[in-house]
Design a binder for this molecule. Structure first.
Ligand code: GDD
Ligand code: MN
Length: 374
């Protein structure tokens, strides 16, 4: 290969890497974001709901979480909470019991597992006690921003085509929250765009709601991969139902103050596992959902690798004295001054690290990160 072809190849790879996500984002924003929902939502719809909170060592946050759920403006007789704890080594179960004592008007069931087998396993355990028609899973380290969050989210189920609903995320916390925010602005638009077109294959642990009958037909949550919420939502969309992120609900997640990079890598690992598992189902996807699933699969499994490929070629050329390669590398590094670009590159590095790390560990029962307000 002569000098020119390899340089051109590096440029093409880099342009493909950057332009695909940008075009996908612009397409969703331009074509779908402003469109009205093609769903019939009855804002007064109030189904019976079971809210499941999985916990592993959440003594510092569980009280606040239960208080947040209890403050929702939703008919008490139509809601119940199941806290499912997996062998916490802290006081989580005791704190839950105390909270239950002081809130007798509120139905809470505590399920305590003797052995920790992971979040999805615990969720399936909780399902055995659930009497609601809708199951809402919500992480202990998250909060629902307004008193209407639950009612707003569940109202979408009034349309029988909708079988899964998730919230939009607003990051809070210290330190890395700024980086998180840059990432969320971009992704929330993608989530809504995908949902208006058909469904989004990425759900959030802060609020992930599912029709219980469908969930049971799927055999509960998958226990062999980490992204139980996203995977379940995708299986539901593959069946032709809608799995949507909705713009009238917002959730907060606490961003770790320590171990941020490991947290991002582990979550990326879960998404890589999820998209790898749906690869073989792609041909069966409904017409409107197929391009979405294809794009997200490309973005999570393949697109990130174009970046090291292009960089390697440029580095090689730079080291062998090609001035254009040196200039391109300097330009690539200089662009890091721009925050959106920096955030993007960081995300790519997390995804690449995740794919490599997945070869060694799946992180089904993961370690805890330290968070603010804990
Ligand atoms: N019962 C039980 N058993 N709960 C667990 C276990 C377990 O083995 N492991 C974690 N949890 C609980 C935590 O206590 C928390 O309430 C919730 O599951 C999420 O755990 P985090 O440690 O906060 O995970 P995360 O925020 O990094 O990841 C979340 O979001 C990801 C992407 O949105 C999780 O929901 C992931 O499953 C999801 O992939
Ligand atoms: Mn979390």
């Amino acid at each position: 290969m002569n000098l020119n072809t390899s340089l051109i190849m590096a440029i093409v790879l880099a342009l493909l890497h950057l332009s695909f996500p940008l075009l996908y984002y612009l397409y969703l924003r331009g074509e779908w974001l402003g469109k009205p929902w093609d769903l019939r939502r009855d804002p007064s719809y109030r189904p019976k709901v079971t809210i499941v909170v999985p916990t592993y060592n959440e003594a510092g946050l569980i009280k606040r979480k239960l208080g947040n759920i209890a403050s929702q403006d939703y008919p008490r007789e139509l809601m119940e909470v199941i806290v499912v704890d997996s062998a916490s080594t802290d006081d989580t179960p005791r704190i839950v019991r105390e909270w239950m004592e002081s809130h007798r008007d509120f139905k809470v069931i505590l399920v305590v597992e003797g052995v920790r087998r992971g979040k999805a396993f615990a969720l399936n355990n909780a399902l055995r006690f659930a009497s609601g028609n809708i199951i809402v899973v919500t992480d202990a380290d998250s909060l629902w921003i307004s008193r209407d969050t639950l009612a707003n989210a569940l109202s979408w189920f009034s349309d029988s085509r909708v079988a899964a609903v998730t919230c939009l995320k607003t990051p809070t916390g210290e330190g890395f929250a700024g980086v998180e925010k840059g990432y969320r602005d971009f992704y929330n638009i993608v989530r809504i765009g995908e949902s208006k077109k058909h469904s989004t294959p990425i759900f959030h642990g802060e609020l992930a709601a599912f029709r219980k009958d469908l969930l049971m037909r799927l055999g509960g949550f998958p226990t062999d991969i980490g992204a139980d919420d996203s995977h379940t939502a995708t299986l539901i969309a593959l069946k032709g139902y809608r799995a949507i992120a909705v713009d009238n609900t917002a959730c907060v997640e606490l961003v770790p103050t320590k171990g941020y990079h490991m947290w991002r890598i582990r979550r990326a690992q879960h998404l890589v596992q999820h998209f790898t598992k749906t690869l073989k189902l792609l041909p069966k996807a409904p017409r409107e959902f197929k391009p979405i699933l294809l794009a997200e699969t490309w973005l999570h499994l393949f697109n990130p690798w174009l970046l090291p490929a292009a960089t390697t070629i440029l580095l090689y050329k730079a080291l062998t004295g090609t001035a254009t390669a040196i200039a391109l590398l300097i330009a690539g590094v200089a662009l890091l001054l721009l925050k959106p670009y920096r955030t993007w590159i960081a995300t790519q590095i997390y995804l690449i690290a995740a794919s490599i790390r997945n070869l060694r560990t799946k992180e089904i029962a993961w370690g805890k990160q330290e968070k603010a307000n804990q």
